[in-house]
Design a protein around this ligand. Structure first.
Ligand code: BEZ
Ligand code: FE
Length: 305
């Protein structure tokens, strides 16, 4: 049984509750927080949460409804489903955090959301391999690119982690037992010149999962659940800032109404139709096929950064 007399640390005195000073009173209770940044974040969180309650005139039943919504969000999470990330995504918070923390400054490839489907490790594959293990739909496609820094110096040996949905709009983790584990995922190592290449299928748009509380929120607000067609790319290497981004297909619907606000103009590319039997044979692709080139500019970390 818990010994309630064990912790005799006195709480900081914050005074009796008053609605007018509510945020101030609660913030005073954080005075003993050893971690200054934690104290700053908690204080701001309380200030904004209390202002939200006051601004909206939130009722007891509405707050209870909000708690039930968040409870269901947590209950929907498991090893292959992350409803809280989805919630952060559809509210635009993921994009805001990602963008503010990774300014492209007109020099670097822009970042976008990681999303909830990067929860399994991608299998290492050789340059030129296909990430499509099903060959059951979708247009064959060659993706090429080169990782350089802002001075154009190649990042030799950079890790290029890619993942995408299948021709029906599902990730492998949404179809366990139906498609090979880790289908449409791959971890490539750029060559000495920073170049990478792999085969896949042209991504198509797809709906984010709607069978949970986030789907209810979209329905209640009259929003569609679709993401514009994209391929996820994460580039990392010692000494560079990891870049999490997407490559969007220019002919996709939903580019200007992406369910998670993830589209940035600079990430939209044409997947060119190629009719070239020799090139198709060289890359092990049927002819004709699509080709997209995605040069990636990453940021070197400051020494010690
Ligand atoms: C995705 O692109 O995989 C994704 C991102 C945000 C929410 C759902 C899916
Ligand atoms: Fe995705």
């Amino acid at each position: 049984m818990t010994d309630h007399t064990a912790d005799v640390t006195p709480s900081p005195t914050s005074g009796l509750f008053e609605a007018e000073r509510s945020a101030e009173i609660v913030a005073a209770s954080f005075v003993g927080t050893a971690d200054d940044r934690l104290k700053e974040i908690l204080t701001a969180l309380v200030r904004h949460a209390h202002a939200f309650v006051k601004d909206t005139g939130l009722t007891v039943e509405e707050w209870a409804q909000g708690i039930r919504f968040l409870t269901r969000t947590g209950q929907k999470c498991d090893a292959t489903r992350q409803e809280f990330i989805l919630l952060s995504d559809v509210l635009g918070v993921s994009m805001l955090v990602e963008t503010l923390n990774n300014p492209a400054d007109g020099q670097f490839t822009e970042s976008t959301v990681e999303g909830p489907f990067h929860m399994v490790d991608s299998p290492p594959r050789a340059l030129g391999d296909s990430i499509d293990e099903v060959h059951g739909g979708g247009e064959p496609c060659l993706v090429t690119g080169r990782i350089t820094d802002a001075d154009g110096i190649p990042v030799a040996g950079a890790a290029v982690d890619v993942w995408q949905a299948d021709a029906d709009g599902y990730y492998d983790v949404q179809r366990p037992g139906e498609v090979p584990d880790r289908n449409l995922r791959g971890l490539f190592t750029a060559d000495a010149d920073g170049r990478f290449r792999f085969r896949t299928i042209v991504p198509r748009y797809y709906p984010i999962p709607t069978d949970g509380p986030v789907g209810d929120l979209l329905k209640a607000t009259g929003r569609h659940p679709n993401r514009a067609a994209h391929l996820h790319i994460e580039v990392s290497a010692p000494g560079i800032r990891t870049l999490t981004t997407h490559l969007f297909v220019d002919e996709s619907p939903y580019l200007d109404s992406d369910a998670v606000f993830g589209v940035k103009e600079s990430l939209i590319r044409t997947f060119t139709q190629v009719d070239d039997p020799a090139m198709a044979a060289e890359h092990g692709l049927p002819n004709p096929f699509r080709h997209v080139d995605f040069p990636v500019t990453v940021q070197r970390r400051a020494p010690g950064g």
